[in-house]
Every structure is written in structure tokens, then in C-alpha cells.
Design a protein around this ligand. Structure first.
Ligand SMILES: NC(=O)C1=CN([C@@H]2O[C@H](COP(=O)(O)OP(=O)(O)OC[C@H]3O[C@@H](n4cnc5c(N)ncnc54)[C@H](O)[C@@H]3O)[C@@H](O)[C@H]2O)C=CC1
Ligand SMILES: CC/C=C\C[C@H](O)/C=C/C=C\C=C\C=C\C(=O)[C@@H](O)C/C=C\CCC(=O)O
Length: 257
């Protein structure tokens, strides 16, 4: 079965630029209404104006939201619902890499994402008279492997992966499908933060090798659209690297029963 994006409404957090902006563009091309959301209000308004010029003002709005602020997240969902009637799709994309201010990074990458998932469930779950929906979380290959140069960032993405997989276990009662996407390095501003964080740990040779294989934002947007449309693998991570065919990432269960 293919989930039909046309006519649906999507929120994408952290989507003023980078991967999130590309995801919004692809959702709009698929016929969705889109809420561009970010803490960077000026850039967010510029991005939204660009999209409105191409897709029409009625299909895309900007709602400022700092995902570390509970009231901002609640306002994001209530304004999106007031504007479009319902939120069918949420892409939790907002994220940073800042090993120095690792508490803020965990607030954004983990706490903010989990709170947004909870609000998505509150509004979408068929247990709460919702119509169901889809949530895609931005994890990373860093959520599936160790990384000496950005240890807390890797921890934050392991948390996104674990939380998303766990949501699957109750997907049947909520009718809200969760997946996460695990991209390799992508050529955005945040990848430069990764470079800066890792210079003192990784050899230049390894960094250059890794950066020589960076993905484009369009690649991740394509993967997110695939995940939204593919209803067959709820709860799974989708690994997107230049080294192998993009596919769902399976890990063995540790339980013998
Ligand atoms: N760039 C890469 O190599 C990879 C990135 N990712 C993940 O993809 C997501 C997007 O990353 P990029 O597009 O590369 O980064 P980016 O830095 O280009 O864009 C991130 C956006 O999030 C916004 N943001 C930051 N803090 C926020 C907050 N508190 N509330 C709301 N918005 C906030 C920023 O203003 C920015 O517009 C992140 O979760 C990142 O961890 C995953 C794998 C690879
Ligand atoms: C958000 C900032 C931009 C990029 C981070 C992004 O999420 C993607 C990262 C992609 C690749 C990271 C690779 C890191 C490699 C290392 O740190 C290696 O030194 C790890 C060495 C062994 C790991 C073995 C294992 O865990 O299997």
C-alpha cells in the first residue's frame, strides 16, 4: 500500500534551510500543504516566501518554533491545525551538532523531538479520535555507530533511533506510523559543524574520505518521501549512505523469545 501525500498537511521542524527545506519542497511537489517551521524566523520567512511564489500562498505557511520550548511546540500544532484543519504528517528534522553545548544539543535533538512526537500522537491517534498519521524522525548513521569525535551527537541520534523503533510497538492502537531516516554525511551547514568537532579526533585522511562521499539534501528528501509513502515497514530505520543501496536497517533482537 502507498500512502497518498496529495492533499495531506505536513509539519517539518527545522526546515528554514538544509535538509528540512528540501523535504518541504518535495512534499509541496507531491501536493501536500506544508508548515515550514524553524527557530530562525527571518530565514524561515524567506524560505516560505520562496515556496509561496512557486506553490501558492494557500498551501504553505511559516510558524516559528523553537523545539526546546514546550509552548512553541504546542503553538506550532494548534496553529497548523487551525490553518489546515488537520496534521497528517510530521517530519522531526530540527537538530544541531554542538559537543560543547551538549545539553542544548540533547534538548533539541532528543527532548524536543520526543515532545513533538507526543503532540503528533495527541492529535493524530485514533485513540484520541484522530485520523492517524505518519511521523518521520531524522536520526543519522551516527545513531547506528560509534563516533569518537562527536560522542554526544551520536548518543542523541541513538536515542532518536531507539525511540522511533519503540513507538512501533504501539502503532497498531494509535494508527500513527513512525519511521526514522539515518543519513550519512550531507552537504549542509551542520556537516561543517561535524568537521569542526571531529578534526581533533579523526585523521584528516578519514575526514576527507568521509567528506568525499557526502550526500545531497535532495537525497534525504527523496528518502523521507519514500518513507512517508511506504506503509510496509512501520518502526524501522532507513539507512541512506553512498556505499550501499538505500534500505531498511534491521538489527537482531536480543530476546530469545
Ligand atoms: N548534515 C548531515 O550530514 C546530517 C544531518 N542529519 C540530521 O538532519 C537534520 C537536519 O540537519 P541539516 O539540514 O544538516 O542542518 P542545518 O543546520 O542545515 O538545518 C537545521 C535547521 O534546524 C534549525 N534549528 C536549530 N535549532 C532549532 C530549534 N531549537 N528549534 C527549531 N529549529 C532549530 C536551524 O535553524 C536550521 O534551519 C538534523 O537533525 C541532523 O542531525 C543527519 C545525518 C546527516
Ligand atoms: C550533524 C552533523 C553532520 C554530520 C553527522 C551526521 O549525522 C552523519 C555522520 C556520518 C558519518 C559519521 C562517521 C563517523 C565515523 C567515526 O567517527 C569513525 O571514527 C568511527 C570508527 C569506528 C566506528 C565503528 C562502529 O561503530 O561500528
Amino acid at each position: 500500500m502507498t500512502y497518498d501525500i496529495k492533499g495531506k498537511t505536513a509539519i517539518v521542524t527545522g526546515s528554514a534551510r538544509g535538509i528540512g527545506k528540501c523535504i518541504c519542497s518535495d512534499l509541496l511537489k507531491k501536493g501536500a500543504n506544508v508548515v515550514v517551521s524553524d527557530t530562525a524566523e527571518d530565514v524561515g520567512n524567506e524560505t516560505t516566501a520562496e515556496f509561496q511564489k512557486e506553490f501558492g500562498e494557500s498551501r504553505v505557511v511559516f510558524i516559528r518554533c523553537n523545539v526546546t520550548k514546550e509552548e512553541d511546540l504546542q503553538n506550532l500544532y494548534s496553529k497548523a491545525i487551525a490553518t489546515f484543519g488537520y496534521v497528517d504528517i510530521v517530519v522531526n528534522n530540527a537538530g544541531i551538532l554542538n559537543e560543547e553545548n551538549w545539553k542544548l544539543m540533547m534538548e533539541i535533538n532528543v527532548t524536543g523531538l520526543i515532545r513533538s512526537c507526543q503532540l503528533a500522537l495527541d492529535n493524530m491517534s485514533t485513540k484520541n479520535k484522530g485520523k492517524g498519521g505518519v511521523v518521520v524522525n531524522l536520526a543519522s548513521v551516527a545513531g547506528l555507530m560509534a563516533g569518537e569525535g562527536s560522542k554526544v551527537y551520536h548518543a542523541s541520534k541513538h536515542a532518536v533511533y531507539g525511540y522511533t523503533r519503540s513507538q512501533y510497538l504501539t502503532q497498531g492502537t494509535d494508527n500513527v506510523r513512525f519511521n526514522c531516516v539515518c543519513p550519512f554525511l550531507v552537504d549542509t551547514a551542520l556537516a561543517q559543524d561535524w568537521d569542526n568537532s571531529n578534526r581533533t579526533f579523526l585523521t584528516s585522511d578519514l575526514i576527507e574520505k568521509l567528506k568525499a562521499h557526502m550526500l545531497k539534501t535532495e537525497d534525504i528528501a527523496e528518502a523521507v518521501i519514500f518513507l512517508i509513502e511506504d506503509e510496509s515497514n512501520a518502526g524501522k530505520a532507513y539507512l541512506v549512505t553512498p556505499f550501499q543501496k538505500w534500505d531498511y536497517y534491521e538489527q537482531p533482537s536480543v530476546l530469545p523469545f
